[in-house]
Design a protein around this ligand. Structure first.
Ligand code: UD1
Length: 431
């Protein structure tokens, strides 16, 4: 089983290129089968979840051609099968995007109930409510979500919670419905806007993405396009916090600084300098970190996907900090692992962490419980005294391309190891 072996203590210094946004890419991949013409997508991150989505497209008869590592050509012309039951799809949350995409185009979809990171209950009631409002019959049978409609019609839909997934899914289903759809209390995340821009480039008519009211005028058909995915806000934020925690100086390149504002603001508050330019952000952590409070919120608030990373930083910050998780109900499971590295964190009521900053972490053997928490444990290990071993890195590889290679290029001592022998070698090498 692959693991990361990490010897902490080196400040991360240098420049790192950020890839395409995972959460935009997953929806865009599903949406690309909504046209019979060819779609060329650039800046596609080469990570486990996007590859699972591409296999799923092939499993229903679509064609996927990788032109290079980050450019893919997709054609949905030969899609015949409306059932996605692939076992690997079960493990990823974004499989629900095939529901909206296939229902929108073919008026029928059958997809295994989605899985994904185990960070709390993750219902899809808002997706289903939206599909039903558009005229679909939706039922769950034998672990499958089955949605079908004779035809779809525009509707006025109010989302009970701000949900990225439901907003995108319903937007996709509505693109080819008859008449106008209005989605109220829509999610405003950058990837919602990116998916809307992608769909518009296929000929859809979507207005208001990025605000909480999205208006969609249905069209009869969609055409081909060439499209480049936006940079990944969370990958960028992860490297920004890696710089903070290791007392480093890192420039994250190929980013949209506006998408990083809540992250930059918190880094400033805890004592880091953040310099923005057109498409890069530099984080310099020259002073000791100080405490702050943070509550995760839908965009433009502080992202829940950055909660474990900021908790790791606050664990090393002078004073007492409070982190409140308001998006998911079970997102502090990694705290036990961080405690093994010497953190002093108490979780109350499942969604509040009270953190007493310690001077240093110490290396330990820990497991990545999910994608973002896994990345946060890696960051903690990079700052820790001694060697850490991170298990279950398959979770991390779901969402970070070449994570250890990028960290290494910034001066981290990190290797992917696959056996006790390789781990021993790492121990000897890093002394
Ligand atoms: C997406 C992201 C995930 C991120 C999250 C919040 C993908 C593949 N995943 O997940 O990385 O952490 O947005 O930014 O893009 N909810 C309902 N009913 C629903 C849908 C959601 O009650 O039908 C609730 C959820 O339980 C959660 C909140 O709404 O409490 C937000 O969830 P949502 O934005 O939908 O997250 P995901 O799409 O699952």
């Amino acid at each position: 089983m692959e693991q990361y072996a990490i010897k902490g203590g080196n400040p991360l210094v240098g420049e790192v290129e950020i890839g395409g946004a995972k959460n935009a890419a997953l929806a865009i991949l599903a949406a690309s089968i909504m046209t019979d013409e060819t779609v060329l997508i650039e800046n596609m991150p080469d990570i486990r979840d996007t590859n699972v989505m591409m296999h799923a497209i092939e499993s229903i008869g679509g064609s996927v051609e990788k032109l290079d590592r980050h450019t893919v050509k997709i054609s949905g012309k030969s899609v015949r099968n409306m059932a996605i039951e692939d076992d690997s799809v079960k493990k990823i949350r974004a499989s629900y995007y095939f529901l909206g995409a296939m229902l929108g185009k073919y008026k029928r979809a059958q997809v295994t109930l989605p899985g994904g990171c185990n960070i709390g209950l993750r219902p899809i009631d808002q997706h289903i409510k939206g599909f039903r409002a558009l005229g679909a019959d939706v039922r769950i049978e034998h672990g499958l979500v089955i949605a079908e409609a004779a035809h779809l019609h525009g509707s006025h839909i109010y989302m009970d919670v701000s949900s990225v997934g439901a907003t995108i899914d319903v937007m996709m289903a509505a693109v080819m419905a008859d008449g106008q759809t209005i989605i109220e209390n829509a999610a405003k995340e950058p990837h919602v806007v990116d998916v809307a821009n992608f769909l518009n480039s296929l000929g859809a008519v979507i207005k208001g993405a990025g605000t909480d009211v999205i208006r969609i005028r249905g069209v009869r058909r969609l055409h081909g396009t060439e499209y480049a995915i936006i940079p990944d806000q969370i990958e960028a934020g992860t490297f920004m916090f890696a710089a903070a925690v290791t007392k480093g100086d890192v420039t994250v390149k190929n980013v949209i600084p506006k998408h990083l504002e809540s992250i930059s603001a918190k880094l400033n508050e805890i004592g880091c300098e953040v310099e923005e330019s057109d498409d890069a952000v530099r984080v310099v952590a020259a002073k000791p970190l100080t405490h702050t409070h943070v509550k995760t919120l839908p965009y433009p608030g502080f992202p829940t996907d950055m909660q474990p990373q900021i908790t790791v930083a606050l664990g090393l910050s002078r004073g007492t900090s409070i982190v409140t998780e308001s998006v998911f109900e079970n997102r502090f499971k990694y705290v036990d692992e961080l405690t093994r590295m010497g953190a002093s964190i108490k979780v109350e009521g499942g969604n509040t962490a009270i953190i007493d900053g310690v001077n240093r972490y110490t290396g330990a053997s820990v497991s990545a419980p999910d994608l973002r928490a896994g990345a946060a444990l890696v960051i903690a290990a990079l700052s820790a005294e001694g060697i850490s071993v991170i298990d279950d890195i398959k979770f991390i590889e779901r969402g970070y391309e070449d994570f250890h290679i990028k960290l290494k290029s910034l001066g981290a001592q990190i290797e992917k190891v696959d056996s006790e022998r390789e781990l021993q070698k790492f121990r000897l090498k890093t002394g």
